[in-house]
Write a protein that binds this ligand. Structure first.
Ligand code: TAP
Length: 474
């Protein structure tokens, strides 16, 4: 009876994961989708704690389980409540890394279960182990460890604590390292030698080191792809745990995260116009960035708040391009206010959304949804690029790389080939940022020196507040 209840709980959990994921696809339902999936996960967790039994014996170690649950819950709620919006991408990376670490720990614990009877006397002990089980354990261990170590490096890179690092021939070293991990794992799984326990831990440490080496050289604008790839790794590693325990909810959850991460990786590659191989062994990196960051230069012109206000108040069509700086300034609500004031004056206001604007996939959509900006006002890159031709004023708010024309015109640029928002097709371009400093890719932006571009310096929130006050008085 209880086993059936447990199966039912897992089916309910699996259905909520699928429904939740579907609801996450739209900003209007995303919040509910998150809650639905979280409720399903709670059902799966508590059903396992209270209903799971092996050979008629239920779980015993409730103190450990509830102590870990309490610590995890307090840490999770506290970090989710206190995290700044701009630090969200780092937190996503950190959480993803924790998922990978869990999968790797499951691998270690289950390997210990398999081998703890070994006392060194039975030379055939390892050859009697179940190869299939060992395969799933090793897969979860390797993928989980790479995901954990890689996500920690990505976390450090996103918060600026870790700088890109690469050396000549690193990709070859990485490939060699990866081949070593695969071969040693295959040796352990297939031949199961006497040194199996030792080799298991060698594979663990090699996978951790590989995770670090794998993400260290990837920099510049390629981070979105790596983050989604690591996300899919964690999903696959969790699915290995589902196989191991024959746990349908864990398997479904893992497969869904793995598939969603893979799809996102493909979308991010498409957005950057790069193949995955190119990202992993290509040259978007510090070297190229340094080479082209010193070229260009020129003179830029500034615009006063009142001139910018007049420009926008009398326009027919205004396109707002949000970027990372809008999130830094937390100016999404003021931005929505500007949109409403302009619309009241009969100006058509739309937003142009670049797929990698900000620091995480969908960053700008989440930010603007938080301020209740209508979803149909957000134009995807292709649509926006068509619309710029008929746009009077483009207002760029804290965006830089995603509007950098070097991506189209400068083969030496580290972002060359990345599709961009072609704002220069509009009649007037107003750029709001605090200085002439570069964006994430560390390169200068020729757009800022073009005749139709004017710079409106200052923090986005303060600049928008002044702009709104001016427009009201025009
Ligand atoms: P960025 O190129 O990073 O430019 C942001 C600009 O915002 C900066 O130049 C900065 O200039 C300005 N800024 C910062 N704080 C501001 C504030 N308070 N008020 C006004 N402006 C402010 O941003 P983007 O155009 O959104 O491009 C995103 C970049 O991040 C791409 O290179 C992308 O590949 C990378 N990336 C994206 C992701 C994902 S998944 N979206 C993940 C990792 C990396 P000042 O300092 O002069 O103000």
């Amino acid at each position: 009876m209880e086993w059936n209840l447990l199966t039912l709980a897992y089916i309910i959990a699996s259905v909520t994961f699928i429904l939740g994921l579907k609801m996450l696809a739209h900003p209007e339902t995303a919040r509910k989708g998150n809650l639905v999936a979280a409720a399903g996960m709670s059902i799966a967790i508590f059903a396992t704690i209270f209903l799971y039994e092996e050979n008629g014996v239920k779980l015993q170690n409730y103190v450990w389980i509830f102590a870990a649950l309490a610590i995890g819950t307090v840490a999770g709620v506290w970090s989710a409540r206190t995290v700044k919006m701009t630090a969200m991408p780092e937190m996503v990376s950190l959480f993803n890394g924790m998922g990978g670490a869990c999968a790797a720990l499951i691998g270690i614990i289950e390997f210990n279960h398999l081998t703890h009877h070994y006392d060194g006397t039975d030379i055939n002990f390892f050859s009697k182990l179940d190869g299939g089980m060992l395969l799933v354990i090793m897969a979860g261990l390797v993928i989980g460890s790479i995901s954990f170590a890689g996500s920690m490096i990505a976390w450090g890179k996103l918060n600026g604590r870790i700088k890109d690092f690469s050396f000549k021939g690193q990709h070859l070293v990485n490939l060699g390292f990866f081949a070593f991990i695969l071969l040693l794992s295959a040796y352990v799984i297939i031949l199961r030698p006497e040194e199996t326990i030792f080799f298991f831990y060698v594979v663990l440490f090699a996978a951790l080191i590989y995770g670090v080496f794998f993400v260290m050289p990837i920099g510049g604008a390629d981070m979105p792809v790596v983050i989604s790839l690591l996300n899919s790794f964690t999903g696959v590693a969790a699915a290995c745990g589902g196989f191991l325990y024959d746990n349908k909810a864990m398997l479904t959850g893992g497969i869904l995260v793995g598939a969603a991460g893979t799809l996102l990786t493909i979308l991010m590659c498409k957005a950057m116009n790069r193949s995955l191989t190119n990202v992993l062994i290509g040259s978007f990196g510090a070297g190229a960035a340094a080479a082209s960051s010193t070229q260009q230069g020129g003179t830029h012109k500034e615009i006063s708040v009142s001139d910018a206000a007049v420009c926008m108040a009398y326009a027919n069509k205004v396109m707002i391009v949000p970027g990372y700086g809008l999130a830094v300034a937390q100016a999404q609500h003021v931005c929505h206010e500007l949109e409403k004031i302009l619309e009241e004056r009969g100006v058509d206001v739309q937003y142009a959304i670049h797929p990698v604007a900000g620091r995480m996939p969908g960053h700008m959509n989440v930010l603007l949804a938080e301020a209740d900006v209508a979803y149909d006002k957000l134009q995807e890159m292709e649509t926006a690029n068509d619309a710029f031709k008929t746009t009077d004023v483009v207002l760029i708010l804290g965006a830089n790389d995603v509007v950098n024309p070097a991506a189209k015109s400068d083969p030496a640029s580290p972002i060359y080939g990345m599709p961009i928002l072609e704002v220069e097709q509009a009649k007037t371009v107003i750029v709001n940022k605090r200085s002439m400093k570069p964006g994430y890719a560390g390169i200068e932006n020729a757009l800022f020196f073009q005749p139709k571009t004017s710079m409106l310096f200052g923090d986005a929130k303060a600049a928008l507040q002044k702009l709104i006050a001016e427009i009201k008085s025009v």
